[in-house]
Write a protein that binds this ligand. Structure first.
Ligand SMILES: [Zn+2]
Length: 287
């Protein structure tokens, strides 16, 4: 009887992720370990396990629509902790660059929300489901539109690489959160907010976002050299390092990798090198 039930649960799960299998086995062992379990293991036990398994599957195979919904809930949290800029020009600038990049990105099928954060520190971040945030300090620090575009493309790379989403999933599973609904959902939103605002991305995530961003810039005809140039400029000019270098680590190695990718793949691009016009408008802009 028990053997049959095990097969009933385990066979379909062969196709699933290893940790789900581990959870089911653990649950089964827990039930089997309880006194008289051999006699009491019946359909009600099975019904207890299956919803938990389905919820874990839910969190690991989140749909694009759910990801966008989660991103929007995280956004509601984030806007209580940062000040969004109402400067129409700055918002139009970032949105118009975003509109050029999205169709050329490796994830054009989801909606994107580009927002400007009123903060003089040079930084930018992204969460999931298309939510990208650019500080006003980054707009002022860029030499031209291509450099700003390189930051936006990089942040979009974090979204298409699902970097924050993966971190949220891992933390959620570690903390025993298995569902995307109810109280668990609030916890997941809090984890996502914390990750976006306070925790640096991993080195691997940075290289991946750079690679995706560089390709996106190239596809949209932007001058790709702007990406390593802007990083170089931030690394050079910082007596106290801008937030960007703290939240986006491994900058020196990333510059080397970017320059190498540009040479090896013979990437160029011409758009966005309007230094004088850009700086006249944004270098000393009051946001
Ligand atoms: Zn990054």
């Amino acid at each position: 009887m028990i053997k049959n039930i095990k097969q009933l649960i385990l066979d379909p799960l062969q196709r699933c992720h290893k940790f789900i299998l581990a959870i089911v086995i653990t649950a089964l062992l827990a039930i089997l370990a309880t006194p008289n379990s051999a006699n009491s293991f019946d359909l009600s036990d099975l019904l207890r396990i299956v919803p938990a398994v389905i919820q874990v599957v839910e969190i690991s195979n989140i749909s694009d629509a759910d990801e966008v919904k989660l991103g929007s809930q995280i956004n509601r949290n984030i806007v209580t902790q940062v000040r969004l800029s109402r400067n129409r020009g700055a918002n139009n600038l970032v949105k118009s660059i975003g509109a050029e990049l999205v169709p050329q990105s490796d994830r054009p099928q989801i909606p994107y929300t580009f927002q400007v954060v009123e903060d003089r520190n040079i930084n930018a971040f992204a969460t999931m489901g298309g939510f990208v945030y650019i500080n006003t300090g980054t707009i002022s620090a860029a030499d031209n539109r291509a450099q700003l575009a390189s930051v936006i493309a990089h942040e979009m790379g974090h979204i298409s690489g699902k970097h924050v989403l993966e971190q949220v999933k891992q933390q959620a599973i570690t903390q025993g959160i298995v569902s995307l609904i109810g109280a668990d959902r609030n916890e997941i939103v809090n984890i996502g907010t914390e990750l976006a605002l306070r925790l640096p991305n991993s080195r691997e995530a940075e290289f991946d976002a750079d690679r995706r961003g560089l390709q996106n810039l190239y596809n949209a005809n932007y001058a790709v050299q702007a990406m390593p140039d802007f990083m170089q400029k931030l690394a050079r000019n910082s007596s106290n390092a801008p937030d960007f270098l703290n939240t986006h680590p491994a900058v020196k190695d990333r510059i080397v990798a970017l320059n190498q990718a540009i040479i090896e793949n013979n990437l160029d691009g011409y758009k966005g090198l309007d230094n004088i016009a850009y700086q006249r408008r944004w270098r000393s802009a009051r946001f």
